[in-house]
Design a protein around this ligand. Structure first.
Ligand code: 2P0
Length: 342
């Protein structure tokens, strides 16, 4: 039988769970600031072996979005949690309020005052829940002075949202699926290879929240898609290719395999019953535009998550040509910390 989230927290924090009282914390009047960048998977996390602990069926590999992500300010409060998201106070029946407070329930007392500023569109397929839970876990670590090593922070962040563990490292990150039922080996690892010339381009097709959350779509696909049984083999192949492409800085393989992996994930969703289709007419137009540019010799690829937006992959040398084709592009340099774009 799998462990509960509370048991995992207890196991990770041990004596540290005897944290200071609300009064002691409030007396410090501390406001903790933290930041975690968003991440985009090149080989996707799609399907859970344990829904309670967000343990994935397969490993996955991502790249961080540099300065784009979630800023969190955390303080303690005596009564109910208060959560502000991009300057709006969330009502208690808001889906994000419920999700965040359910996570905070693992660390009571106290209650919390949380201000979140996402520098990427929230819930539009730009992985804002990953950066949010990663930033929140970093803030809790500082507030309670746990001084946890990063692999333990990964496990805590994963309890909030699976891919949040990938937002605790920079650059390329491999999230190991792990084998243990308690998930203590399901942690993210930062890869040592950097690739400063690599660029991501965010194409905003829609800022609207999705009709179906990625969490629901993922489970529905696992439960009903006849194509899902192929997914672990696809990932095994793609992960090996991507890791080699990263080591060798082989951009064509990186682009081709990332694009194919995203399309394979969407294929599993399309085959679900009923089908899940995140693409909008503009998404399809943009896919064709990328393919046409590619046919004309531009080394350009895309990936997509559970949303309508494309993320383009290209190299610095082609940035001008790509920006000419896609006027609304937000270019991200994963290894340049000084580049603010949104
Ligand atoms: C990823 N996605 O690898 C994949 C690809 C979306 C598509 O991680 O763990 O709903 O239930 O919070 O945040 C988004 O999945 O998953 C995600 P849980 P979530 O980036």
């Amino acid at each position: 039988m799998s462990m509960t989230k509370q048991q995992i927290v207890q196991a990770l924090l041990g004596q540290r769970t005897k944290w200071p009282t609300t009064k002691q914390l409030a007396a410090k009047q501390q406001t903790i600031h933290s930041f975690a960048h968003a991440n985009i998977a090149l080989c996707k996390y799609w399907g859970k072996r344990d829904r309670q602990l967000n343990l994935p069926v397969t490993s996955s590999l991502s790249i961080c979005l540099g300065t784009l992500g979630s800023h969190v300010q955390l303080r303690v409060r005596a009564d109910a949690d208060r959560i502000q998201l991009n300057d709006q106070t969330l009502p208690p029946d808001h889906v994000a309020y419920e999700r965040i407070t359910t996570f905070l329930d693992l660390f009571r007392p106290p209650f919390f005052d949380l201000q979140i500023t996402n520098t990427i569109p929230t819930a539009a397929g730009f992985a804002s829940s990953a950066s949010l839970f990663a930033a929140l876990v970093k803030a809790l670590n500082t507030l309670f002075a746990w001084q946890l090593p990063v692999h333990k922070l990964c496990i805590l962040a994963r309890l909030g949202s699976g891919s949040a563990c990938r937002s605790l490292h920079k650059g390329f990150v491999l999230w190991h699926a792990g084998k243990r039922s308690d998930g203590m080996d399901s942690v993210a690892e930062g890869l040592s290879t950097t690739w400063p010339d690599l660029r991501l381009g965010l194409l905003v097709t829609s800022r609207k929240p999705k009709a179906i959350s990625s969490r629901e779509a993922m489970q529905h696909t696992v439960d009903t898609s006849p194509l899902y049984s192929c997914w672990p083999q696809v990932v095994q192949h793609d992960l090996a290719c991507l890791q080699q492409a990263i080591t060798q800085r082989d951009f064509h393989t990186l682009g081709q395999v990332s694009q194919a992996n995203a399309l394979a994930m969407h294929a599993t969703m399309l085959a679900a019953r009923p089908s899940v289709l995140y693409w909008l007419p503009d998404s399809v137009k943009q896919i064709h535009a990328v393919w046409q540019a590619h046919r004309q010799g531009l080394p350009l690829y895309f990936t997509m998550d559970a949303g309508a937006n494309l993320k383009l992959l290209f190299l610095q040398q082609d940035e001008q040509a790509v920006c000419k084709l896609f006027k609304e592009l937000h270019v991200v340099s994963p290894w340049d910390e000084n580049r603010e774009l949104f």
